[in-house]
Ligand binder design. Structure first.
Ligand code: KIV
Ligand code: ZN
Length: 389
């Protein structure tokens, strides 16, 4: 496989599950974890074990069924949290403790009433403590998006020296612009002397709709892991959407990255997560929305029917979407109508279609979408009129 492998860290079961109304029970979490492993994610963040006995149990049960993927448990930079996370992960084939603390001045003052030096010490202690239980320790610098780069670099250097294998640089509030987030990652690559001892991870929120763009800017600048969720679920406006970053990396292979995701599972997994979490997917959602491969305007339909690539950059089969759709509306043209009649088994000439098109527009102006049944009625009437019945 050419290029650099980007690890996909799925946090649907942790950040995604924080969405109001999306809470999952242990059975649901296990079912989704198994599917995420089949999908090919490298790391499954299974939950936040100290947050509730139910979540502790979910993380523990997930570790018993997951064979290849790393299973991560979240914790704050608090000894008790870390111990509980370690306990929940004790049966994991590949356990990872994901611990961290807020590093922006706002978090340091408003949340912890602390100082930069104290927070740096707490970060180091948390990583050292976690290392007593597992080899693989990921450190998150919460609100890194708004953390001054120089201080962030000091924290990152210190936690790597303490044993962190992955350093997560969250844009917790979705504040950064893509070039700012990319510059932040590049700054760490260029200014943290031991950065080669750890993988940099992007964890971007979508408050300004930039989570996907920021994550891609992050990997271009040198990050090796993206934290994301199915359907972009997550706190507030959500997290980076897994299907989007994976398909960007695949479609733009010239960037020199690849992932291990089985892309043909993306749509089925999206539907499963949507149903299990009771969270519908917006129709215009990239890759997995019901309209992602639907063509409704006449100009697009005409081009698409001549050559699909004119209006589709992804073959729907590649992402398990089951095929493109031509939707007949008042904006559709004659070629889409002729195509649909042909699919329904009618052999109409160009002149027939011209006449039928007028009738079609009358129906289309009354209805949002013209269905096959409408076309059958139109076709029958047209034939009867033609033979003078
Ligand atoms: O958004 C965030 O900063 C987080 C951390 C807990 C990783 O979710
Ligand atoms: Zn988050």
């Amino acid at each position: 496989m050419p290029g650099k492998k980007i690890n996909i860290f799925d946090t649907t079961l942790r950040d995604g599950e924080q969405v109001p109304g999306c809470k999952l029970n242990t059975k649901e979490k296990i079912e989704l974890a198994i599917v995420l492993e089949e999908l090919g994610v490298d790391i499954i963040e299974a939950g936040f074990p100290v947050s509730s006995p139910g979540d502790f149990n979910s993380v523990r049960e997930i570790t018993k069924v997951i064979k290849n993927a790393t299973v991560a448990g979240l914790s704050r930079a608090v000894q008790k949290d870390i111990e509980v996370a370690a306990d929940a992960l004790k049966y994991a084939a590949r356990p990872r403790i994901h611990t961290g603390i807020g590093t922006s001045d706002l978090h340091i003052k408003a949340k912890f009433n602390s100082t930069r030096e104290e927070i740096l010490q707490r970060a180091v202690q948390a990583v050292k403590w976690a290392k007593n239980f597992v080899d693989d320790v990921e450190f998150y610098a919460e609100d890194a998006g708004r953390t001054e780069n120089e201080y962030l670099a000091r924290v990152v250097e210190a936690v790597i020296a303490a044993g962190a294998t992955v350093v997560n640089i969250p844009d917790t509030t979705g504040y950064c612009l893509p070039f700012q987030y990319g510059d932040k990652i590049a700054y760490l690559v260029n200014n943290v002397p031991n950065i080669d001892k750890a993988t940099i991870s992007c964890h971007c929120h979508n408050d300004l709709g930039l989570a996907t763009a920021n994550s891609i800017a992050g990997v271009i600048a040198g990050a090796g892991q993206i934290e994301c969720t199915i359907n972009g679920l997550g706190e507030r406006a959500g997290n980076t959407s897994l299907e989007e970053v994976v398909m960007i990396i695949k479609q733009h292979h010239g960037l020199g990255f690849y992932t291990n995701i089985k892309t043909e599972m993306l749509n089925p997994v999206s539907r499963l997560v949507s149903d299990t979490m009771r969270m519908p997917v917006q129709p215009n959602k990239a890759i997995v929305g019901s309209n992602a491969f639907a063509h409704s305007s006449g100009i697009h339909q005409d081009g698409f029917l001549k050559e699909a690539l004119t209006y589709e950059i992804i073959n729907p089969e590649t992402v398990g979407a089951g095929g493109s759709k031509i939707v007949l509306t008042a904006r559709s043209g004659r070629s889409a109508l002729a195509h649909r009649f042909h699919k329904l088994g009618y052999q109409f000439t160009r002149n027939d279609v011209d006449t039928l098109y007028e009738k079609f527009l009358e129906v289309a102006d009354r209805k949002k979408e013209v269905e096959d049944e409408d076309l059958d009625i139109m076709a029958r009437q047209y034939k009867q009129e033609a033979i003078g019945v």
